[in-house]
Write a protein that binds this ligand. Structure first.
Ligand SMILES: *[C@@H]1O[C@H](CO)[C@@H](O)[C@H](O)[C@H]1NC(C)=O
Ligand SMILES: *[C@@H]1O[C@H](CO)[C@@H](O)[C@H](O)[C@H]1NC(C)=O
Ligand SMILES: *[C@@H]1O[C@H](CO)[C@@H](O)[C@H](O)[C@H]1NC(C)=O
Ligand SMILES: *[C@@H]1O[C@H](CO)[C@@H](O)[C@H](O)[C@H]1NC(C)=O
Ligand SMILES: *[C@@H]1O[C@H](CO)[C@@H](O)[C@H](O)[C@H]1NC(C)=O
Ligand SMILES: CC(=O)N[C@H]1CO[C@H](CO)[C@@H](O)[C@@H]1O
Length: 402
């Protein structure tokens, strides 16, 4: 049995070595397509990309270790064989978003691909400092639309690993209509005060994994939009920023369900929220949000470690005449510990029209590190089931003095 196993391993490794050899990718170095140090490489990259997409054997486009300008680029499929973009160097955006050739476009758009890999240890530097000053969207509905850093749309079976995106002008990464995509060793950094610089925004996607990553930003660490299923977020450190958020949802009548979100083994450092679900009141959307699993989370000086808010209405930009139509069910909150800097540590504020159902909480251990009174929790239209320890007691009935 043991010998058979060893032979098996030997055969397997020989075989996989052959496969790897057979699949050694063809290299497309952007320097061969006219990329020069310090200059705009958009055209060189587009040319190399086009040729690589035509390759019927795996291809790899290499951006070497150097500093380049990238004005704007759209890298699109279909690709005929697995395709990799290896960014070893630093790609800098123009500081002023008005310099984008296509002002309506994003900085880097990656569309319609199957078996795509983005790798290389390089940096996408959005140079957002100028653009952030132009962002007044919190008070102006017609604010100028700023570009995202990386926009992935319609990509399947793909891996984005060992790259950094910093100082995006708006959301760092947008991943829409994609299936089976893994972000790994992915670093995002932008300062606390940068507006709307969500780390990774997901929407209309299935099977997205965000693992072993660090996300420091001014807005949500990961935000999950409608029609998104099977998202696994594991070993991610968030902070600064607004934490991991499902929603906001309910803004549009056509929105579809969010199902199967797993946030495991993550750490939140100084974030506004830990895990959050937010839905607008008074909206026509009737979707449901179900099977949410928040487990093994560490909160370090977080304002709202756990929050379900079905009356989400920032800057009062909504009507409140009716409750949310969105149903939230099957929520598991397990082993969540650490410190909070607001006395109201846990808020489960569900819709009075569609109360939250099947909420299970266990092994909560949160300490309030301030001095505005005892730690509390707030629960509305929800009756959780308890397993394990509760500190503070979640949704404790108000103590009546006799
Ligand atoms: C990705 O997968 C979806 C769902 O299976 C499919 O509709 C789409 O055509 C695929 N896209 C690519 C680029 O392979
Ligand atoms: C998901 O994508 C990865 C990376 O390309 C691939 O290895 C894996 O086989 C895909 N999984 C499925 C179920 O297709
Ligand atoms: C968690 O992610 C960090 C950051 O990428 C990494 O250094 C660490 O090795 C990961 N931990 C595990 C257990 O994989
Ligand atoms: C979870 O995090 C702990 C501490 O950082 C680490 O030791 C453990 O390997 C992690 N587990 C997974 C599955 O990432
Ligand atoms: C905790 O967060 C509060 C509010 O964000 C901040 O003022 C304080 O300095 C933080 N404390 C530590 C120890 O980081
Ligand atoms: C997708 C996108 O374009 N986001 C930003 C990424 O970073 C650079 C710098 O901000 C910006 O130019 C991009 O707009």
């Amino acid at each position: 049995m043991a010998i058979k196993h060893i032979v098996g391993v030997f055969l397997f490794s020989t075989l996989s070595a052959c496969i790897v050899n057979a699949q050694t990718p063809v290299i497309y170095d952007v320097r061969k397509y006219g990329a020069n140090s310090g200059a705009d490489i958009s055209q060189a990259l587009s040319k190399a990309w086009k040729e690589a997409c035509e390759s019927t054997i795996p291809s790899k486009i290499v951006i070497p270790k150097d500093i380049f300008i990238l004005s704007q680029v759209k890298l699109e499929g279909p690709n005929k064989a697995p395709i990799e973009l290896e960014v070893q160097g630093t790609l800098k955006a123009f500081p002023d978003p008005n310099q984008l050739p296509d002002k309506k476009g994003q900085w880097i758009t990656i569309n319609y691909l199957n078996y795509f890999t983005l790798s290389g240890g390089g940096v996408f530097d959005g140079q957002g400092q100028t653009a952030w000053k132009m962002n007044d969207c919190h008070k102006n509905k017609n604010c100028p639309k700023l570009p995202y850093n990386l926009s992935f749309n319609f990509i399947n079976n793909s891996i984005i690993h060992d790259v950094t995106t910093k100082d995006s002008k708006n959301f760092h990464v947008n991943c829409i209509s994609s299936h089976n995509v893994t972000f790994r060793h992915f670093t995002i950094s932008a300062p606390d005060e940068s507006p709307n610089t969500n780390g990774i925004h997901l929407g209309r996607s299935t099977g997205i994994n965000i693992i072993d990553s660090i996300i420091r930003t001014g807005d949500d660490c990961v935000s999950i939009g409608d029609d998104t299923k099977e998202v696994h977020i594991q070993n991610v450190t968030c902070g600064p920023g607004h934490g991991i958020s499902i929603g906001s949802l309910g803004g549009y009548a056509t929105e579809k369900d969010v199902v199967g979100i797993y946030v495991k083994n993550c750490t939140f450092i100084g974030t506004q929220n830990g895990v959050r679900v937010k839905t607008w009141p008074s909206t026509p959307a009737q979707l449901s949000i179900t099977n949410l699993n928040f487990e093994d989370l560490i909160m370090d000086n977080v304002s709202n470690p756990i929050i379900i808010d079905q009356e989400y209405c920032p800057h009062n930009l909504c009507k409140r005449d009716r409750p949310s139509f969105i149903k939230i069910s099957t929520v598991n909150l397990k082993n969540i510990r650490g410190t909070t800097n607001s006395e109201e540590a846990v808020t489960l504020l569900c819709s009075n029209l569609k109360p939250c159902e099947n909420v299970v909480v266990g092994d909560i251990d949160l300490k309030y590190n301030g001095n505005r009174g005892p730690i509390t929790t707030k629960c509305v239209n929800v009756k959780p089931t308890y397993v394990g320890k509760q500190n503070p007691p979640l949704c404790a009935p108000i103590a009546h003095s006799v």
